[in-house]
Design a protein around this ligand. Structure first.
Ligand code: FAD
Length: 470
């Protein structure tokens, strides 16, 4: 007899495990299937362990710059093994936390590889044991994995994906980072602060190409100042592991191919959704460029099969996955007769994006260029951290906040920040956008002093010619 549930969630990342908890809160009988570790990429190999590594790099940076604060540290040094060990322990703590949450919420955990065999049917294989499960609804939350270069597979020795870069076999001396999205820039920042000589290569005309152009420009200046080499409009033609490192052939904007050697390379050119061998083809589930196509509630084209998180496409972010998980769980509960839940479709315009490099980057909504492209007449405000007392006191006076408003209605179209603590501050603007506030309410808001967040207020004031401290 197959175990029977209201809902089976395939994959336990921040999409899957959050969906399972919400469904259980709503009284559904829920199971979750995981082939690796509870918590998915985010908790085990993504968001959390990278932030632990970056924290070590930040502390090390302060140690090496202690004199700036009137302090002295004798010969600062580190053990890479211990830095990595701390990061793995943090990941382990969160993995255990998810285990506890599954227990608390009475979610049945099935370990093994899951495949949907028919509508409402899923088999889980672990070793030579197969368990058959049935459910009224199934959520696919299988996530994504690193994209390999077509001409050089990551070997874990010299050519790394994010997984290798998080548990490095050795400290790189000369590192090539291929791709300048959030993952590439975070690893570039980590290894640069730990003493490696870092080069970032990016095919497009600027690094962090999804961010506002002024943020990219600022980051290029800062990272270059910190010692990195940044090559934009440069395509990697070839990458070969050698006995002592890697050899890269890169075609620059002038069409010339330059060859350079590095000790290691990190490939951060994007991700591939995990859609293979889970039964999607047999059910005729529609995909779009590899990602499962869903409506704003996570419904696929097949009744009773839902999908959330990275497997459904951009933005590939944990909080987007979790939010979709809650929406799908509520929509399923509603479909099963719960009249008290009223899920809202996902609004992708209000999902913040954060990069935890040094300096940090955070944004929400439209960039200035995208707002203009969309036909808005804009009012733009910009406030530099040098005008902010707290930033100066912290020794972090480099950064800025930029806000983009609809000149006609005062709607906050987008906010873009770079500098210390901005990944914590962005939420203020996310709430503002969610509540559909205009410049008037933001100007009326009282910001605590001294905080770097006062720059958020000043940026709004600047958009209307009223900034006080510049
Ligand atoms: C280095 C790095 C840093 C990142 N940093 C951030 C960050 O700071 N902030 C942020 O928001 N996002 C970050 N991300 C992205 C974030 O990790 C993902 O967006 C998030 O994990 C997606 O969640 P998910 O639930 O869709 O899938 P995942 O977390 O990928 O989880 C999917 C799970 O499904 C399991 N699975 C797949 N197929 C099967 C199967 N057939 N049977 C059983 N189980 C299966 C997998 O083992 C996995 O555990 C980062 C990613 C990386 C790689």
């Amino acid at each position: 007899m197959a175990d029977t549930y209201d809902l089976i969630v395939l994959g336990s990342g921040p999409g899957g495990y959050v969906a399972a908890i919400r469904a259980s809160q709503l009284g559904l009988k829920v199971a979750i299937v995981e082939r690796e570790r509870l918590g998915g990429i985010c908790l085990n190999w993504g968001c959390i362990p990278t932030k632990a590594l970056l924290r070590s790099a930040e502390v090390y940076h302060y140690m090496t710059h202690a004199a700036q604060y009137g302090l002295s540290v004798e010969k600062p040094s580190f053990s890479l093994d211990k830095v990595v060990d701390r990061s793995r322990k943090v990941a382990g703590q969160l993995n255990a936390g998810v285990k506890g949450l599954m227990k608390k919420n009475k979610v049945a955990v099935h370990e093994g590889v899951g495949t949907i065999t028919a509508k409402g049917k899923l088999s889980v294989v672990q070793g030579d044991k197969t368990t058959e499960l049935t459910a009224k609804h199934i959520i696919v939350a299988t996530g994504a994995r690193a994209r390999d270069l077509p001409f050089a597979k990551a070997d874990g020795e010299r050519i790394w994906t994010y997984r290798h870069a998080m548990v490095p076999p050795a400290m790189p001396t000369k590192l090539l980072v291929i791709g300048s999205g959030a993952i590439g820039v975070e690893f570039a920042s980590f290894y640069n602060d730990m003493g490696a000589e870092v080069t970032i290569v990016e095919m497009l005309d600027r690094i962090m190409p999804v961010e506002d152009a002024e943020v990219s420009e600022f980051m290029t200046k800062q990272l270059t100042k910190f010692g990195m080499t940044i090559k934009t409009k440069t395509g990697l033609e070839k990458l070969e592991a050698t006995a002592s490192g890697v050899k890269a052939a890169m075609k620059g904007p002038d069409g010339k191919v330059e060859t350079a050697e590095f000790s290691h390379a990190i490939v951060a050119i994007g991700i591939v959704p995990n859609t293979e061998n889970i039964g999607l083809e047999k059910l005729g589930i529609t995909t779009d460029r590899g990602h499962i196509k869903t409506d704003g509630y996570g419904r696929t084209n097949v009744d009773g099969i839902w999908a959330i998180g990275d497997v459904t496409g951009a933005p590939w972010l944990a909080h987007k996955a979790s939010h979709e998980g809650v929406i799908a769980a509520e929509a399923i509960a509603q479909a099963l007769g719960n009249k008290d839940v009223h899920p809202h479709a996902m609004d992708k315009g209000n999902i913040p994006g954060c990069t935890y490099s040094r300096p940090q980057v955070a944004s929400v909504g439209l960039t200035e260029a995208k707002a203009k492209e969309a036909g808005y007449e804009v009012k733009v405000g910009k406030f530099p951290f040098i005008g902010n007392g707290k930033a100066i006191a912290l020794g972090e006076a480099e950064g800025f906040v930029k806000t983009v408003f609809d000149a006609k209605t005062g709607e906050l179209l987008g906010a873009h920040m770079v500098g210390a603590e901005v990944t914590e501050m962005i939420q203020g603007y996310v709430v503002a956008r969610q509540l559909e506030t205009t410049e008037a309410e933001l100007m009326e808001t009282v910001f605590a002093h001294p905080t770097i967040s006062e720059s958020m207020h000043e940026s709004v004031l600047a958009a209307y010619g009223r900034a006080l401290h510049i």
